[in-house]
Design a protein around this ligand. Structure first.
Ligand SMILES: Nc1ncnc2c1ncn2[C@@H]1O[C@H](COP(=O)(O)OP(=O)(O)O)[C@@H](O)[C@H]1O
Ligand SMILES: [Mg+2]
Length: 318
């Protein structure tokens, strides 16, 4: 598989102090590959997604690194060239579907706007394309949805519409940032199925972002684990799910609710918390919570080690 996206050594901050939100992040997505990015809230997942789609808030500052898409450096493209890429080749779906639609405009017209911006087709074919996309994405009455306003439809329908908008121009690469977090479990499953199907049919690469490793497991071929802005482990899905090495990844796996615990709340000890004090130094970000910490963890950042084919870990225990 050829490389489609490559993030190289990306470091980024929101403030002037020595407190980067992303620290030397490296990440790769190949053509047609489904990559999962997992880590708890505040670990930098959305920031990474926004960096790739160049939608970062203006007060963010890139301290170093590069992002290549199909061999062109995204961070260096002109606004015009990048706008061409975003929409046509790179698309993004956000967590909060309700707030991503314009309440004053009929849904159909919002989708048409995207199509006519990116494709050269007449109005009638555009409408047909919208209706057939709605249908393929599991919206039962496409014509009704087309003529509705946001307040007339459910959250699940809304997320399907946003997916339609994101994929209607057949992007090569889709970033889905917690696209199912606000939805109930049945609809979550359907959305995952749709994304899996789209990726397969259109050979679309996917970067699926979630704090939930169980969901990531259902959609990814390859998984990156991020903790406080540091990629601590990455590898082929099977390597991460069955042979993970990093103590943080182990915690994530142990906190997946087991079948018999379904419905029960996670115990407090299973809940993972962020400790902002640890951001300061470039040391292993997990050292204070780690059951296997050694002296070295307080002295420097471990290098990334390849422990087998398609499996890398950043930990002094190996
Ligand atoms: N616009 C912003 N201004 C200042 N800090 C921000 C901003 N967006 C995110 N951050 C900080 O960056 C860190 C990573 O946030 P985010 O990328 O949203 O994490 P995640 O998506 O993993 O929950 C957090 O500490 C958050 O407070
Ligand atoms: Mg986020």
């Amino acid at each position: 598989m050829n490389k489609l996206l490559e993030v190289r050594n990306l470091s980024l901050t929101f403030s002037d102090d020595d407190n980067p939100v992303l620290k030397n992040v490296n990440l790769e997505v190949k053509n047609g590959q489904k990559v999962g990015l997992v880590g708890e809230s505040g670990s930098g997942k959305t920031t990474l997604g926004l960096s790739i789609s160049r939608l970062l808030p203006s007060k963010s500052k890139i301290l170093g690194g590069e992002i290549f898409f199909n061999d062109s450096n995204i961070l260096k493209l002109s606004e015009k060239d990048f706008n061409n890429l975003r929409g046509n080749e790179i698309s993004i779906i956000f967590q909060d579907p309700m707030n991503s639609l314009n309440p004053l405009m009929k849904i159909g017209n919002q989708v048409i706007e995207i199509i006519t911006k990116n494709l050269k087709i007449d109005k009638k074919s555009a409408k047909n394309l919208v209706l057939s996309t709605f249908e393929s994405i599991g919206l039962k009455d496409p014509e009704y949805v087309y003529n509705s306003y946001r307040h007339q439809i459910s959250g699940g329908m809304c997320q399907r519409i946003l997916i339609s908008m994101a994929i209607i121009c057949k992007p090569k690469f889709l970033i889905a940032d917690e696209p199912t977090t606000a939805l109930d479990v049945t609809i979550q499953k359907q959305i995952i199925e749709i994304l899996n199907k789209l990726s397969k049919e259109n050979n679309m690469s996917l970067l699926f972002i979630s704090h939930d490793l169980a969901i990531i497991n259902n959609i990814s071929d390859y998984i990156y684990v991020i903790y406080k802005g540091v990629i601590v482990e990455h590898g082929k899905k099977e390597n991460i799910m069955f042979k993970c090495k990093h103590p943080y990844t182990k915690q994530l796996i142990n906190s997946i609710p087991k079948m018999e615990n379904k419905g029960k709340k996670l115990s407090v000890s299973n809940r993972l918390e962020i400790n902002n004090l640890d951001y300061k130094e470039y040391l292993c970000p997990f050292r204070s919570f780690c059951p296997n910490k050694i002296d070295y963890c307080y002295k420097q950042m471990p290098d990334e080690l390849e422990i087998e084919n398609e499996h890398y870990v950043r930990c002094f225990n190996y």
